[in-house]
Design a binder for this molecule. Structure first.
Ligand code: NDP
Length: 238
């Protein structure tokens, strides 16, 4: 594929930012979305990308991001549904607002990406959906019930989409393990919980570039090669 056009959600930090930088270095035209305008603009400036402030919880925002890609570059080859939030807490916390947020961003946000990109892919006869899920959905541990549930919901819909897709559409689910990003800090948890999570992340976490390389691998394969699932975790992760 000559210079594919790739939309990335959650591109203002972490895995999304690393993916934007890696793909741009390889000549890919990236179109970036996230909520923090300043951070997003900085990544866009560094990568020569176009960007739009996007809250994936809002269907119209994600549709506008995809429109921006098509208006700017005339097509869309890949959408990387990467935006996500994680609240690690037992179900006994009954923090329904946090549950709602994870459902809205991690699941509904991905559905909004599919709803925006699928008609474009169908029109073109080709396209690629890359969903960033998590090893949290592979090894379920206490405290991650809702987070893992949202990620496994996306794993499920990725497989269903793959089966419905037909020959022109590729679907990839990428499962990162512990990766050094702002995910823990962004959770807004109490300082002690953030410090604990951050310590673990700093001890064993792998760089976001490792996940970016996995995403770039899936995208870079020939159109007839559909990379379904990739799991990338620290060697030290149990
Ligand atoms: P970061 O917190 O660094 O990045 C998350 C990104 O998502 C940010 O760019 C943030 O931007 C964006 N985001 C959050 N909420 C919204 C929203 N409502 N609308 C649009 N963008 C949003 O963490 P990661 O890079 O780690 O997270 C990326 C993905 O990787 C997530 O889906 C996460 O669940 C997954 N993951 C991460 C792991 C890890 O160990 N780090 C492990 C497994 C999976 P902004 O705040 O500007 O909107």
């Amino acid at each position: 594929m000559d210079q594919p056009v790739v939309v990335i959600t959650g591109a203002s930090s972490g895995i999304g930012e690393a993916t934007a930088r890696l793909l741009a270095d390889r000549g890919t035209r990236v179109v970036l979305g996230a909520r923090r305008a300043e951070r997003l603009d900085a990544v866009a400036a560094a990568t020569g990308a176009v960007a739009r402030v996007t809250d994936v919880r809002r269907r119209e925002d994600v549709a506008a991001l995809v429109d921006l890609a098509v208006e700017t570059h005339g097509r869309l080859d890949v959408i990387v549904n990467n935006a996500g939030v994680a609240h690690v807490e037992p179900l006994d916390s009954l923090d329904v607002d946090h549950w709602d947020e994870m459902i809205d961003v991690n699941l509904r946000g991905v559905l909004h990406g599919v709803a925006a990109a699928l008609p474009v892919f169908r029109r073109q006869g080709a396209g690629h959906v890359v969903n960033v899920v998590s090893t949290s959905g592979l090894r379920i541990v206490p405290g991650q019930a809702v987070y893992a549930a949202t990620k496994n919901a996306v794993r499920t819909l990725s497989e269903a989409l793959r089966q419905e897709a037909g020959p022109g559409l590729r679907v990839t689910a990428v499962s990162p393990g512990m990766t050094v990003t702002e995910l823990v800090a962004a959770s807004g948890a109490d300082p002690e919980t953030v410090a604990q999570g951050q310590t673990r992340m700093d001890e064993i976490g792998i760089p976001a570039e490792a996940i970016a390389r996995a995403i770039a691998f899936a995208i870079g394969e020939p159109a007839a090669v559909d990379v379904g699932e990739i799991v990338v975790r620290p060697t030290a992760q149990g």
